[in-house]
Design a protein. Sequence first.
Length: 299
Amino acid sequence: MKGINKWLVSLIGEDIAVVEQQSPISKKKLLSQAALLLIAPFIWFAMGFCISRNYFDSGLILAIFSGLICGLVVFVVERSILMSQENRVLTIFRVLLAVIMSFLGGELINLELFRDDIQIAKTTELLDSSTMQIEKYENIYMQKQYDFEQEMNGSGSDKGVGYGTIAKKKEIIMNEAKNQWIAIRDKTENLENQLKTNQIIHKKGLLYDSKLLLNMVFSDIYVMILFLFWCFVILFLEMIVVLNKIFSPKSSYEIKQLAFENVSKLEIQKLQQKVKQYLNIPDDQLILQDMINKDINTL
């Protein structure tokens, strides 16, 4: 247990020997801060690993490396906030980073939760597109068939009745349109059969899957509630170090550190004042003061 405590304390830049001499409350607060410091980097590691593994088809080692890089960046920022006394710029940056991460983290969690629904949405979109193609080519074929029939009954361009030269050309065009329509229809039927037997594997794309997920969020109130729930959970976990630092009461160890820092500042200010006064003394007075000091030293 002491080894774990020593490791946790070292994460926040404290000396275990100094911490051991503090009050129990101060030690508990330092250990809790160090433990909370690990939450956000772990989340970022998991997010970086999942994105790299699932959406960029990275190998296991590269995915782990990507997760470690993401976690390390957040760890450095979190540690800087925890070790600094007051740094509003860094805190604001961390809050913005937490908001972005909460959206991304909540989105990735929901992408996993609604994975089957997204697959259904992809299948539906694919079938709808195929159905539109069938209707398009069917309408073209029907129009060409109508043109051929008009030409045959004398209502066409040459005003002649029967199977003339123009009618033959329009028949060829009609048959080509019919063949295209039948080909598209057969292709769609084949696609439906493949989808039913799971022979088609939908490709993953972070932006495309996110687009489908957001469409589901804005069209279904229950999906929206679940999406926002996970976003707020990630946001709270991301902000827990900052919130703990801002709203938790100061321990005796922190008060002593602030007191020591203030005393050091006062000593530096006094030294600066003495130097300033010394520089403002005229040269004659400095020479006289040196002579007096020498006489005192000889005595």
